[in-house]
Design a protein around this ligand. Structure first.
Ligand code: F6P
Length: 519
């Protein structure tokens, strides 16, 4: 509780000024979910009537946890899919509920989706079209027309919910690839509102993007924003290339990073997202060596050296490539058998999609194969963890692991790499980072970097990481920590909101002699 209060105070001090009531956040995932805690008892007929126990899942980290205090401070509105099984019973008939429960200070507007909408909009178009397409996996896409129709319909639904809440002074902030069409729809109804969007994943090159049958509509939807943000300059350039190739009538001002299309301009900017470094640091400091001894005992970790991977089970994360490199490592360097343990913390994700099911079985198979090949009576090479870990334990794991392996084959940013760095309060760990991540742009100089497809190179980089002396570890990690701490989540939000404020001021008051369209 104490730590939470510190965090809220710190955020209140650093978060930029936004007019009360003006902020509307639109995201697929919601900050608070109401769920029945007695689902099993209810299934067995052991609960009576309406007498059910309802629990609340709170934002555990990342953007959701970061935006929550901003919404609280400004009494804004958060619009999101109400996916909790008990959401509907606690929500007002108009779909709103005041949050957080202990101090209601902003409105959460829940949008209800049918099973078919979830199937086709979320699993279908969002995660079987846009997700693989944006990560360069054209072969993994499923461009079924019903997915597209539903994506459009659900974007319309969210746009309508937004329009209901929006006014001329509103600052509407769309999150991610689930809502490429909604900005244009909102602009049509509330043209004075300032619309901005952050695209949390990679934006691919034109040659990849043009494979999508709906590329025009997607670009047109996103150009309904006043400001469109990506993690890196490269994604901004890719997006601008796509617009230039698609709309002859668009005027692209590359120097000013603006696109003039129709009767309005969209600023395209890179905002590399950060993590809540202070909270990770605090959680990491709160655990000591006793935690580590206990953790190692609980999971039977006997080697003195630990390498770590923490991932959502997604085919973009390069988990099988990493396991292949580790297998080769133990094969070619037998002296590390019994000494190096690799912990794979994995979070199940999007399991209704066949590619994700395939990945899950590929990973479990690779783990068992490696363990069958190299395990001894006292030592298991790979410890595979799917248990939920509270933040302190995850940060403890980051803190005490000697090497962190981030080997995504394509990743918009990779915040896990930044969390590892933020948790390195002893500055004695080594980050091995894929050059295919957005994080590479910021951390590549001081991390050890790999191409995840180059197994030999990966193996020798693991070697280099393990052999690195204390001085070099500290030097590299201190430089990484400096970068991650100074470019944290609040700094990121400040940059986004400051840019939005500047653009909005320029739009409302273009100044003498300025070209009003050139904001
Ligand atoms: O990386 C993109 C992203 O949408 C994240 O913002 C989110 O944490 C992650 O994917 C999880 O995805 P989902 O909401 O599909 O579980």
């Amino acid at each position: 509780m104490g730590a939470d209060t510190d965090r809220a105070d710190e955020w209140h001090e650093r978060v930029p000024a936004i007019d009360d009531g003006s902020l509307i956040v639109v995201s697929n995932r919601q900050p608070y979910t109401h769920t029945y805690e007695d689902a099993e008892a209810a299934e067995n007929g052991e609960t009576e009537g309406n007498d059910r126990t309802i629990g609340i899942n709170r934002p555990a980290g990342g953007l959701t946890a970061g935006l929550d205090p901003v919404l609280q401070r400004t009494d804004g509105t958060w619009i999101a899919w109400g996916d909790g099984d008990a959401d509907e019973v606690v929500t007002d008939p108009d779909g709103t509920i005041r949050m957080p429960p202990e101090d209601p200070s902003y409105t959460l507007k829940r949008v209800w989706l049918t099973d078919q909408e979830v199937e086709e909009y979320y699993y279908g178009y969002s995660n079987r079209v846009l997700w693989p397409l944006c990560h360069g996996g054209v072969w993994q896409t499923d461009f079924a027309d019903e997915h597209w129709q539903q994506y459009r319909a659900v974007n319309r639904k969210f746009a309508e919910a937004t329009v209901e809440q929006a006014e001329a002074e509103s600052l509407v902030w769309f999150q991610d690839y689930h809502f490429a069409l909604a900005p244009r729809m909102v602009r049509a109804e509330v043209p004075e509102a300032f619309c901005m969007h952050f695209w949390h994943i990679t934006w691919p090159g034109w040659d990849t993007f043009r494979a999508c049958p709906q590329y025009r509509e997607l670009l047109d939807g996103l150009l309904g924003n006043d400001l469109l943000g990506f993690h890196t300059e490269r994604y901004c350039e890719n997006f601008i290339d796509c617009v230039e190739e698609t709309f002859e009538e668009a005027f692209v001002d590359r120097e000013g990073n603006r696109i003039h299309y129709g009767d309005h301009a969209t600023a395209i900017r890179a905002f590399p997202m950060g993590v809540d470094a202070a909270s990770v640091r605090r959680a990491s400091k709160s655990v000591g060596t006793d935690f580590w001894a206990e953790f190692k005992g609980k999971y039977g970790i006997s080697g003195d050296t630990v390498a770590l991977g923490v991932d959502r089970l997604d085919y973009t994360k390069g988990i099988t490539e990493r396991l292949a490199a580790l297998e080769e490592f133990w094969e070619s360097r037998p002296e590390w058998r019994g000494e190096l343990t690799y912990i794979q913390k994995a979070n199940e994700s999007r399991s209704l999609i066949p590619e994700y099911q395939d990945l899950q079985s590929d990973v479990t198979e690779a783990v068992s194969r490696i363990n069958d090949r190299f395990a001894t009576a006292e030592w298991q090479p790979v410890v595979y963890l799917t248990d939920f870990l509270p933040q302190e334990e995850l940060c403890g794991l980051y803190r005490f692991s000697d090497v962190m392996l981030v080997s995504a084959v394509r990743d918009g940013m990779n915040l896990v790499a930044k969390e590892y760095v933020a948790a390195q309060v002893d500055s004695d760990g080594v980050l091995v980072l894929s050059d295919q991540t957005g994080a590479y742009e910021e951390l590549g100089e001081h991390a050890l970097t790999i191409n995840p497809y180059d197994t030999e190179g990966f193996v020798s980089t693991i070697d280099t990481a393990l052999a690195m002396d204390e001085g070099e570890r500290a030097e590299r990690m201190n430089a990484l920590r400096e970068q991650v701490e100074s470019h944290d989540l609040v700094a990121w939000m400040n940059e986004v909101f400051d840019t939005a404020n500047e653009l909005e001021e320029a739009r409302n008051d273009p100044g003498d002699g300025d070209d009003a369209s050139a904001i």
